[in-house]
Design a protein around this ligand. Structure first.
Ligand code: K1U
Ligand code: ZN
Length: 186
């Protein structure tokens, strides 16, 4: 398995619409395994294909051990009740903002074996699924913020973005992620 470079805000791939998957190949299975590995190293709870420079409609999620691969996901229903909570994004490191979203959603998707399944989710899992499905449509959490809050988030990003030449975040070089070396003494 490999850790993949993460594309950050400014890379056009994050704004592209993804393409539905019509066949789950060994190459896509390897991509999914690499996306999980990358998400765990980045200490994220989700990761969508465009964040690793891919245009397939695929995302992975692990919220407190509730682990899903979602292929061609669709939100089939969402609650009218909404909730506001802070979100981050592995593609916009160190920038956070409150986002109001439906409190619960029902998502239909294919799993890694191509089988149809549904998830009914609220709280952090529901929010994470919505955030990842947004990525698959070129949408970012910043798009939901008020003009003033988005401006402030973008000002913060302007100070961060030079750490990521070519709009690429190499997790191995990321000082915000503490890696334990196997030989390191405690
Ligand atoms: O898609 C991504 O960029 C991953 C993102 C998903 C997400 C975070 C918060 C709310 C909704 C969706 C992250 O995992 S960023 C890391 C993070 O903010 C977080 C990590 C653990 C628990 C809660 C948030
Ligand atoms: Zn994100």
């Amino acid at each position: 398995m490999s850790v993949l470079p993460i594309r950050v805000l400014g890379d056009p791939v994050l704004r592209e619409e993804t393409k539905p998957v019509d066949e789950i190949t060994d190459e896509l299975r390897a991509l999914v395994a690499n996306m999980f590995e990358t998400m765990y190293l980045a200490k994220g709870i989700g990761l969508a294909a465009p964040q690793v420079g891919r245009t397939e409609r695929i995302a992975v999620v692990d919220v407190d051990g509730q682990k899903f691969t979602i292929i061609n996901p669709e939100i089939v229903s969402s609650s009218s009740k909404t909730a506001k909570s802070e979100e981050g994004c592995l593609s916009i490191p160190d920038v956070y903002g409150d986002v109001e979203r439906p409190m619960s959603v029902k998502v239909r998707a294919l799993d890694i074996d191509g089988r149809d399944f549904e998830i009914e989710a609220d709280e952090l899992l529901g929010r994470c699924l919505q955030h990842e499905i947004d990525h698959l449509h070129g949408k970012l959490f910043l798009d939901y913020m008020s003009v003033l809050k988005r401006r402030s988030a973008l000002n913060k990003w302007a100070k961060e973005k030079d750490k990521y030449p070519g709009f690429i975040r190499h997790l191995e070089d990321d000082p915000s992620l503490e890696h334990e070396h196997p030989d390191e003494e405690l």
